[in-house]
Design a binder for this molecule. Structure first.
Ligand SMILES: Cc1cc2nc3c(=O)[nH]c(=O)nc-3n(C[C@H](O)[C@H](O)[C@H](O)COP(=O)(O)OP(=O)(O)OC[C@H]3O[C@@H](n4cnc5c(N)ncnc54)[C@H](O)[C@@H]3O)c2cc1C
Ligand code: FES
Length: 250
């Protein structure tokens, strides 16, 4: 049980919790968060390793909309695979909607390792008010190459309008860069397709598959991706290893 020290409302239905404990997970990993008497939900860690634990949550169902933000919540983990950023010189991180928390964790880790020049962020939200981490993005822009887009603009938006895959051609890195992709299934599917057609290598593309989970530890079989389990072998997978799985982007 860990105390929630701060709650920030990020966007409609999306809030961030800062907890009174350190993150022992690496970017891409997740924790099981629980509300007593209600249940448990897998949530990606949004902060860098060793920083305060941060989670950003979409209020969607029984656990995520109940009592998160007051008092204490149950935290078990970390679980799952991490973004393999240390293996690559250049990383294009592509996030759609509420997929951004594990990318925030990644950016914080790379900033802490003084490698912020080696990552580009491509992030798309439905509308300007759905953009999560506005304050952090402004801060990252001082040292990280950030590309933003929205599906629909508004009177005050003078940035790009269009779907996330349209940002990929704006990368300043070589096509040998690794690409990390996370977001809604259709966004991931179209991003990977565009990346391959632009010349990115399939074995340098990594995707996060946030399957529905029960146990989080490879026991219940709820989260399978072919013969693999998203909770134990994932949620981060090398695209070339799972690309032939039917219904990959469920
Ligand atoms: C590895 C991993 C990391 C995740 N990271 C985050 C995160 O950082 N932030 C975040 O907000 N969410 C994240 N999710 C999704 C989150 O776990 C679910 O939204 C949560 O389990 C819903 O729990 P609930 O009890 O509130 O909803 P429930 O009461 O269980 O369900 C409410 C509704 O949501 C649907 N639903 C539940 N889970 C999912 C799901 N995984 N995909 C699609 N529909 C679902 C149900 O079918 C139902 O219609 C992650 C999921 C995984 C597997
Ligand atoms: S959640 Fe139980 S096997 Fe993955």
């Amino acid at each position: 049980m860990v105390t929630v020290s701060r709650r920030i409302d990020e966007a409609p239905e999306i809030y961030t919790l800062e907890l009174g404990a350190k993150n022992e997970g690496k970017s891409g990993q997740f924790y099981m968060l629980s509300v007593q008497g209600v249940g448990e939900a897998p949530i990606s860690v949004a902060s860098g390793f060793g920083r305060n634990l941060i989670f950003t949550i979409r209020s969607i169902g029984s656990v995520t909309s109940r009592a998160m933000g007051e008092g204490r919540i149950g935290v078990r983990g970390p679980y799952g695979s991490k973004w393999p950023w240390k293996e690559y010189n250049e990383i294009v991180a592509v996030a759609g909607g509420i997929g951004i928390p594990p990318i925030r964790s990644l950016i914080e880790e790379m900033i802490d390792a003084k490698r912020e020049g080696d990552i580009e962020l491509m992030y798309g939200a439905r509308s300007p008010s759905d953009i999560v981490y506005k304050k952090e993005i402004n801060e990252w822009m001082k040292s990280v190459d950030v590309h933003l887009t929205v599906d629909r603009g508004d009177d005050r938006w003078n940035g790009k309008v269009g779907f996330v895959p349209t940002l990929l051609k704006d990368s300043h890195f070589s096509r040998k860069a690794a690409m990390f992709v996370i977001g809604p299934p259709l966004m991931m599917k179209n991003t990977v397709k565009e990346a391959v057609s632009l010349g990115y290598r399939e074995d340098r593309i990594f995707i996060s598959l946030e399957r529905r989970m029960e146990c989080g530890i490879g026991v219940c079989g709820h989260c399978n991706v072919g013969h693999r389990y998203a909770c134990e072998d994932g949620p981060i997978f090398n695209y070339s290893e799972v690309m032939t799985e039917p219904e990959l982007f469920l």
